[in-house]
Design a protein around this ligand. Structure first.
Ligand code: GAP
Length: 476
């Protein structure tokens, strides 16, 4: 039996909102959206033609921040754990995969049409049986709307040859299970990690990059011996909380939500959601689910010969056994799966929200400062020559920029505008941890003024010790 998991998700989000009341943080979404556009983090997609709902483009600084966040996740998963391997699978998905995963039948949201203004709404957004836009009560009954995007494959678009744009990255991990096991000689417990785009035709995309139609996920499928799953689940919840704290999302802004059994996804034995206090309210940042043996059990051949505990659809199409042989008992085991699944875009929103600060300065002035963790900052250091037309200053600054760039810590910029104050303000606002000024004394004594973003303190440091200094700042 399948239970519609998107329905459940809708109920869950509504439930949380009513239960805990919306707690707004000090910053508004408008402030964040404005900073993102002004400084080149995130733009509305297709803006010059009026924009497209639920789609955003990451600008020069946004792409750096996003890459840094994904790198932090990849390091924590793949590089720090020898029993986790990576994968980068295709986005276009064979419909058969999404048939056996349950998505064709169940991946839908209840949708309502307003007969007066023709607007379409997700049912949970209807308050007092009225259209949120024109307030008419002349609404249709809710009906399921499948959220998967379809596209034609090949030159003839007659509906017979099509693919789905994957609605989660997870399914490609399950169908590659045997490829990864065979090529990397893995035994349980082990994991497969993937970062990539997912697509959902959300009925009502909203709240900036929180609910969009095209987004990125960072998903780990961690395969364990059945019976050890509860313990592994708890341990992954803790690991994921620790990781979010390291990215600058403090525990004070997080709540764990134990999804009640009647609201669980069709594949889940237990799910714990990491809820974050977004500017628009408390909502899901990441879900950590025990998917049991549902997915491998659904996609495997010879289902009858395997001990599958989940209620799966009969599968006569698969040509591969998705199980692992126990070396001692020689028995084939379909592993259970623990899945921490985080949204990159929601992560960016939470991190930006936490980092955004307006500080009152002496003399009635104020500054906007993005106190990002340095490993996430789009620019790690700005090297600023005191005068832009002075060849000696510019040469020394430019050489320093090249030296620091070679450390491979991320982007270093040469800020050759000649306006130190303006440079400091810009780099505070985009989260650059250090500004390094090269002045006339630098030519004499080979020192530079280093200004710290958070304390605004300035100190003179020998230029040849700046690489080591920057490594410490960025790597903590
Ligand atoms: N594989 C499990 C899965 O996809 P999910 O709770 O539907 O579970 C996981 O999605 C994460 O993906 C969410 O916690 C959220 O961070 C992100 N996500 C889901 N839908 C999204 C959307 N429309 N826009 C942005 N992020 C989304």
């Amino acid at each position: 039996m399948f239970i519609c998991y998107k329905y459940n998700k809708v109920i869950k989000e509504t439930y949380v909102t009513f239960r805990r009341k919306i707690q707004l943080t000090a910053k508004t979404m408008e402030e964040l959206v404005s900073l993102c556009k002004r400084r080149g983090f995130i733009f509305q997609s297709g803006e010059i033609y009026g924009g497209m709902q639920g789609m955003y483009d990451y600008g020069p600084l946004g792409v750096e921040l996003k890459n840094n966040l994904k790198h932090a996740w990849w390091s924590a998963m793949v590089y720090e754990n020898d029993n986790i391997e990576g994968l980068d699978a295709s986005i276009l998905s064979n419909p058969t995969v999404l048939k056996y995963s349950g998505h064709e039948d169940t991946f839908s949201d209840p949708m309502v049409d307003c007969k007066a203004c023709n607007a379409r709404w997700r049912n949970d957004l209807i308050v007092d049986s009225k259209c949120p836009s024109c307030k008419s009560s002349d609404l249709t009954e809710p009906r399921p709307f499948n959220l998967m995007f379809k596209t034609a494959v090949g030159p003839i678009d007659d509906g017979t040859s099509f693919a789905y744009l994957r609605p989660e990255t997870a399914q490609q991990i399950f169908i590659n299970f045997k490829n990864v096991v065979d090529s990397s000689s893995k035994s349980l417990p082990f994991g497969i990690a993937q970062i990539g785009k997912a697509f959902r035709n959300e009925i009502t995309p909203r709240n900036f990059i929180f609910r969009v139609r095209e987004f990125e996920q960072m998903e780990l499928e961690f395969f364990v011996v059945p019976g050890t799953d509860d313990e592994w689940h708890n341990s992954w919840v803790q690991k994921r909380l620790d990781w979010w704290v390291q990215q600058g999302v403090p525990m004070e802004s997080i709540e764990l939500y134990e999804v009640p059994s009647d609201e669980l996804a069709h594949y889940s034995k237990r799910t714990v959601d990491v809820m974050y206090k977004f500017p628009h309210g408390l909502e899901e940042l990441e879900g950590i689910a025990n998917r049991t043996d549902f997915d491998l059990g659904s996609h495997t051949k010879n289902q009858d010969e395997l001990d599958i505990s989940a209620k799966v659809m009969e599968n006569k199409s698969s040509n591969t056994r998705l199980a692992i042989q126990d070396i001692e008992t020689r028995k084939w085991v379909v592993p259970y799966v623990i899945e921490p699944s985080a949204g990159v875009d929601r992560g960016i929103l939470a991190i930006m929200n936490e980092a955004y600060n307006i500080e009152q300065l002496e003399g009635g002035k104020e500054r906007t400062v993005l106190k990002l963790k340095p490993h996430l900052s789009p620019i790690k250091a700005a090297v600023i020559p005191l005068k832009k037309n002075n060849d000696d200053l510019v040469k020394l600054a430019s050489d320093l920029k090249s030296t620091l760039q070679k450390l491979n810590l991320g982007r270093i910029v040469l800020e050759n505008t000649g306006n130190i104050g303006k440079g400091y303000r810009r780099h505070d606002e985009i989260g650059t941890p250090l500004c390094i000024t090269i002045d006339f004394d630098s030519l004499e004594d080979m020192t530079a003024t280093v200004r710290d973003r958070d304390t605004m303190e300035q100190k003179r440091i020998k230029i040849n010790s700046l690489p080591e200094y920057l490594i410490k700042v960025v790597n903590g």
